[in-house]
Design a protein. Structure first.
Lengths: 160, 292, 136
């Protein structure tokens, strides 16, 4: 066996300036608390900024912020508070925005019923969950009775 | 006797460090020879692309990962290969041509490595390493190529959607959308967006959706029509649907679809007359014409 | 915040119509406060119309939608009509996709058309509140 003791510890030489193609992708994820009513407003601003950053047009931004508002309020009102994570993601050259809203509340006992418009256990029109799903391209709910709910939703940017 | 990967890696790295220009030149030359050029790329562009990839290969290999994981984990290299493949996908190259281009980089690289390997065993090990490295690059390139084509198809279908849903101004404050083809979710979104912005821009009071060119109305299409009508109403304008042919009227009746909240007319001309009546009625001071 | 009982937006009275406009965003508390203040004033001032300009409002979710629908219903019970005007295209599209058509809420493209719908007309402004027969 040959040993090249210093090879492994040699720090990689910086690439020559012309070869730098590292894209300045904004695939940073941020997490925001949903503990107070003011948080709901702060989250809308953060979601709007992230959607703008991912290149969404005005109508899509409005869809995403509205869906986020519904989900955030659900977590705040029914889940006793929680958090929302925002991520810009990429697939097949398309950018998307992923919202993950988690709470440690009682969970959703009847998930099918929760998607039906008009079903509500609190304030609002009961369009929250089903409505938010219609505004997003992908929608997943993971809920455990007694220990909380996590909803993940994605909207993909249409290229223009 | 096969040498260890670190040993072979040193040989390949030496070639990449000391002769990047030569490797890049040779690769461009090979691509020319094999006529595997990406559509519309000039020699200068190819050369620039080759420089970037050779540089990225070098910095990628300088990390310690085993050769077959380098492409997956080194971001600069990964991105360079993705860019390379997307450029070809967009330029209209075939997938074969694209993967051949990656494979010819192997040849260019091995030729350079030859000078650094002392014997055939060393060269063999270096060749194995280059294979592991660039096979992963080839696989990524193919995958990216396919995704790139999908992206183009999506963009084209969206563009088609845009041009196939014009909003025309029929009269002062009256807009019309002649729909041709079916009305699915994606199309509905485009129609709504175009129509609502036009209503805002022209301060329109009535929008007419003409469905003469819609072959069938099922519950899904009816739902999408309702959505559009509701959105127009939320903007503060009235919405009419025209061009309901007798067989479509029958289908709607048979399916039990309730379009009664929507004002409908048989022809676009009838709808325009109804629209004028609506405007007259809403304009203060003029004689109000009863419609419906 | 120590904003007055209402939503922090002015509510003007023009003849027998209350006119107000919303800012770019409306939180849940403000939506409830505005609904309450408007309902109270409809009752105490016996107006017959309420015009709400929402041309700057960037978002209507199910909570705000519910507030607007409830306001419309209570105003109707008190003998007044509510007209919501100036909704942005993006907001309208999102609302119908959300499944909310604001059934029962009257709409107008802009404030002028909204006032017309409430019985005001151009050139009618100087002669305060005279003339037009109430629409219903």
């Amino acid at each position: 066996m040959l040993h090249h003791g210093d090879h492994g510890t040699t720090p990689p030489a910086p690439a020559p300036p012309t070869a730098v193609t590292e894209p300045q992708r904004k695939d940073t994820a941020t997490t925001h608390p949903l503990r107070t009513e003011e948080d709901l407003l702060t989250v809308r601003h953060a979601v709007r900024a992230a959607a703008l950053n991912a290149g969404f047009g005005l109508v899509d931004q409005t869809r995403i912020v509205t869906a986020a508002s519904e989900l955030a309020r659900n977590a705040y009102v029914h889940g006793g508070g929680g958090s929302i994570r925002l991520e810009i993601i990429q697939h097949s050259g398309r950018l998307g925005l992923r919202l993950s809203v988690s709470d440690q509340g009682p969970g959703i006992a009847d998930l099918d019923a929760a998607f039906i418009d008009g079903y509500t256990t609190g304030a609002g029109l009961g369009h929250g969950l089903g409505g938010a799903r219609r505004l997003m391209d992908e929608f997943h709910v993971r809920t455990t009775p007694g220990s909380g709910t996590t909803i993940t939703a994605v909207r993909w940017a249409s290229d223009t | 006797m096969v040498l260890s990967e670190p040993e072979a890696r040193l040989h390949v790295l030496a070639a990449l460090r000391e002769q990047p220009e030569k490797i890049a030149d040779r690769w461009v030359q090979l691509q020319f020879e094999q006529a595997v050029l990406g559509g519309g790329l000039t020699e200068a562009e190819l050369r620039e692309e080759a420089d970037v990839l050779v540089g990225a290969l070098r910095s990628g290999l300088e990390n310690e990962q085993s050769a077959h994981r380098v492409v997956a984990t080194q971001r600069v290299l990964h991105q360079a290969i993705v860019d390379f493949s997307l450029r070809r996908a967009r330029g209209g190259s075939t997938p074969t041509v694209t993967s051949l281009a990656v494979l010819s980089l192997k040849e260019a690289l091995l030729e350079a490595v030859q000078q650094y390997a002392r014997d055939s065993a060393a060269l063999y090990s270096a060749a194995l390493l280059v294979n592991r490295l660039l096979d992963a690059a080839g696989a990524l390139s193919f995958e990216t190529y396919v995704e790139g084509r999908e992206e183009i198809i999506q963009r084209q279908s969206r563009q088609l959607l845009e041009v196939s849903t014009p909003v025309v101004r029929l009269w002062d404050k009256v807009l019309a959308v002649p729909l041709i083809g079916t009305l699915d979710t994606a199309r509905t979104q485009v129609v709504m967006e175009n129509l609502l912005h036009a209503i805002q821009r022209h301060e329109a009071q009535v929008a007419i959706i003409d469905i003469t060119g819609v072959p069938t109305v099922d519950t899904a299409v009816a739902h999408h029509l309702m959505q559009t009508v509701n959105a127009v109403r939320l903007m503060g304008a009235d919405c009419l649907i025209s061009g309901i042919r007798p067989p479509i009227a029958q289908t709607i009746a048979q399916l039990g679809i309730d379009l009664s909240p929507i004002l409908t007319r048989a022809t676009l001309a009838d709808a325009l007359a109804a629209a004028m009546a609506l405007i007259d009625r809403e304009a203060p001071g003029s004689g109000s014409a009863a419609i419906r | 915040m120590s904003a007055p009982a209402g939503a922090g937006v002015p509510i003007l009275r023009l003849g027998d119509v209350l006119v107000t406009g919303l800012l770019s965003e409306l939180d849940d508390k403000a939506a409830v406060a505005l609904t309450e203040e408007l309902t109270q004033r409809v009752a105490s001032e016996r107006v017959r119309g309420v015009l709400i300009d929402i041309s700057r409002l960037e978002l209507i979710d199910s909570f705000v939608a519910r507030a607007l629908m409830e306001l419309t219903t209570s105003a109707r019970l008190l003998g007044a009509r509510v007209v919501v005007c100036g909704m942005r295209p993006a907001v309208a599209i999102t609302l119908v996709e959300l499944g909310l058509a604001l059934t029962g809420v009257e709409t107008a493209l802009n404030a002028e058309r909204g006032m017309t719908a409430l019985g005001w007309s151009r050139g009618h402004l100087p002669q305060e509140g005279a003339g037009d027969a109430p629409p219903r």
